[in-house]
Write a protein that binds this ligand. Structure first.
Ligand code: EZ4
Ligand code: CO
Length: 403
């Protein structure tokens, strides 16, 4: 058996913070897992170092499911983003090791490819509708078949999804949370205008997506869905804060716009009602924050029974290790829908050399054994951790809102 002899947490900041777990076996085989939880990085690093790594030493690295159960049930305190991100990192690293020992890419171990590649969507944004459409045209030129559209809201200084840097969107922008201001009324006016202009300019062959980022009430989401229906959105993401899964019943009563939710979910229990009642069309839970490949496959299997497809979160705060794990998962699950893809900076790509590739709007994890991602530890060591928070959001009267 490949016995685990060491495990280390590597924190690096090549433009943004990443936490990576590296597990080592007695035969020298190593595996990598992403443990990055944006804005709360060191909580997961400590959870791993203090409470997980000591329990891993001496275990059989092949026993992925057993180790998952041990870390989940064994903690007594179940679920939660910190715990589930830590478990995910271990899980990813163990799949990486199993693949390397088998000489196979992880997607082969998961049953093999169900498709030639994973369709991905890119992020087009701008302060105005025109700028957003110009950014979308650029994505079309690069071959993207699906594009998320976010634009500035007239009368608001800033909003979610609109970045200063067009190529690399980064919301964790300050060492204390930035304060944004929000107006639902202003926002609800501009999004239908954006989609009308986008269909006019970009045509109907491209999939158009939009992220509401948890800011509406159910009835407001129903309204926006109705307003966007004529423009056939691929999905509306995170319409309302989904701690209340039942809220989606109300949204569903009012719109046929496809709904996606779940990038902040960390277990199957967060999505159970949404899936079983077919209140959503896409589940956005992701490898790194939802317990790894092992647990995400369980979520996907439940979703498949109800014709809910996957649409994994794939922002820049998910490291290339997560991106690779997501692509192995995407290639192998029958009910894959789409994969979010935000390019990492060249600095990040240099720290994490990887086998996955993009061509014609699709991505492929590559056929390197394991996940196909490495970490250049010498390079990583040159980028010191830098505290960075996600913003908070307030209504115009100062009330704290969802960001
Ligand atoms: O705000 O990943 O769909 N993507 C998103 C992201 C999230 C960040 C949070 O860390 O909503 O941009
Ligand atoms: Co989102």
């Amino acid at each position: 058996m490949p016995k685990i002899v060491a495990a280390r947490v590597i924190v690096t900041c090549p433009g943004r913070n990443f936490v990576t777990l590296k597990i080592e076996c007695d035969d020298g085989t190593t595996g990598l897992g992403d443990a990055t939880l944006n804005g709360r990085e060191l909580a997961v690093a400590a959870y791993l170092t203090e409470h997980v790594v000591p329990c891993l030493i001496g275990r059989d690295a092949h026993r992925i499911e057993d180790i998952w159960q041990y870390l989940y049930k064994g903690a007594y305190w179940r679920r939660g983003p910190v715990t589930m991100t830590a478990i995910a990192a271990v899980d990813m690293a163990l799949w990486d090791i199993k693949g390397k020992l088998a000489g196979l890419a992880v997607y082969q171990l998961l049953g093999g490819a169900c498709r030639e590649g994973a369709i991905v969507y890119g992020h087009a944004n701008g302060t105005t509708i025109e700028e957003t459409i110009e950014a979308a045209r650029e994505y079309q030129r690069q071959g993207y078949r699906a594009i998320r559209l976010q634009c500035g809201v007239p009368g608001m200084a800033s909003t979610y999804g609109v970045s200063k840097d067009k190529d690399f969107y980064e919301p964790a922008d300050s060492d204390l949370p930035t304060e944004n201001v929000w107006s639902t009324a202003k926002y609800l006016r501009v999004v239908p205008e954006l989609f009308a202009a986008a269909r006019e300019a970009l045509g109907w062959d491209v999939h158009l997506l939009h992220d509401i980022h948890h800011r509406l009430t159910p009835i407001e989401a129903g309204r926006l869905g109705k307003d966007l229906e004529p423009y056939r959105p691929f999905w509306l993401e995170d319409a309302t804060p989904a701690e209340n899964q039942a809220a989606f019943r109300l949204i569903r009563q009012h719109t046929t716009a496809p709904l996606a939710v779940g990038e902040v979910f960390n277990s199957i229990w967060d999505a159970k009602t949404l899936i079983e009642e077919q209140l959503i069309d896409y589940i956005r839970a992701t490898v790194v924050h939802a317990g790894g490949i092992t647990h995400l496959r369980r979520i996907a299997a439940l979703a498949d029974l109800y014709q809910v497809r996957t649409g994994c979160h794939g922002a820049t705060d998910l490291s290339p290790v997560s991106m690779a794990a997501a692509l192995h998962f995407d290639l192998s699950v029958p009910n894959f829908g789409i994969q979010e893809y935000m390019r990492h900076t060249p600095e990040t790509d240099a720290v994490f050399p990887h086998a996955y590739t993009f061509a014609d709007g699709m991505m492929h994890p590559g056929d390197a054994p394991g996940l196909g991602v490495d970490i250049d530890e010498a390079l990583a060591a040159g980028y010191e951790y830098k505290r960075a928070f996600l913003p908070v959001n307030r209504l115009e009267d100062g009330t704290l809102w969802s960001w």
